[in-house]
Design a protein around this ligand. Structure first.
Ligand SMILES: [Zn+2]
Length: 195
């Protein structure tokens, strides 16, 4: 049996670990964004979390995951870890990943997806208003880290695995579409500043 590739494993963590937490989070009024941290050597899951902006508007999926990570007693060094974000991180989360010492992050949905498919335009608005950057205007590879879209990795797999991963991608997208509908239908009831 072939070894699990990173794309294969990251999609599995989204489906099995992050999405169930996000389904609960969205049911209580939080956003759809989640994240996880895995070990590079064996792709074992260290921690997964989901958005918790109802408690604190800074608890984006990524920052909430980092908070949980730093609460663990026994933590690997971040240079030995992979950071997975369900959605391309906003500028706060990107900086948090940087300050924590990760040399990578991987994401499933893009900033444009957040704006167009999830009706959450804040990532791109902040890039433009605060930094003067157009969509895609930040450096995806820089002295701190390299970032990767999971969809691009899927394209590099052999044909059989690629077909499987595309099916899985479609399954994941349909679960997120349902979550987005729930969030958008209920968000007027929450106090999240950028909802
Ligand atoms: Zn964020």
């Amino acid at each position: 049996m072939p070894e699990k590739t990173i794309a294969n494993r990251l999609l599995q963590v989204m489906e099995d670990n992050i999405l169930p937490m996000t389904e609960l989070g969205v049911a209580s009024g939080n956003k759809v964004f989640g994240a996880a941290i895995l070990r590079k050597s064996d792709l074992a899951l260290i921690v997964a979390e989901t958005n918790n902006e109802l408690e604190n508007p800074l608890w984006h999926g990524e920052v909430h995951t980092l908070k949980r990570f730093y609460e663990l007693n026994d933590k690997p060094a971040t240079k030995d870890l992979i950071f997975l974000s369900t959605h391309e991180p906003c500028t706060m989360c990107m900086s948090a990943i940087t300050w924590a010492g990760f040399d990578n992050f991987y994401y499933f949905f893009s900033h444009e997806d957040s704006r167009d498919s999830f009706a959450i335009p804040h990532d791109l608005k902040i890039l433009k208003e605060v930094f003067g950057l157009e969509p895609g205007g930040y450096r995806r590879q820089n002295a701190f880290w390299k970032s990767f879209a999971i969809a691009d990795l899927v394209e590099t797999e052999d044909e059989r695995l690629k077909a499987e991963l595309k099916e899985q991608t479609a399954r994941i997208k349909s679960r997120y579409a349902a979550l987005s509908n729930t969030y958008q239908a209920t968000k007027s009831a929450n106090d999240i500043p950028l909802n």
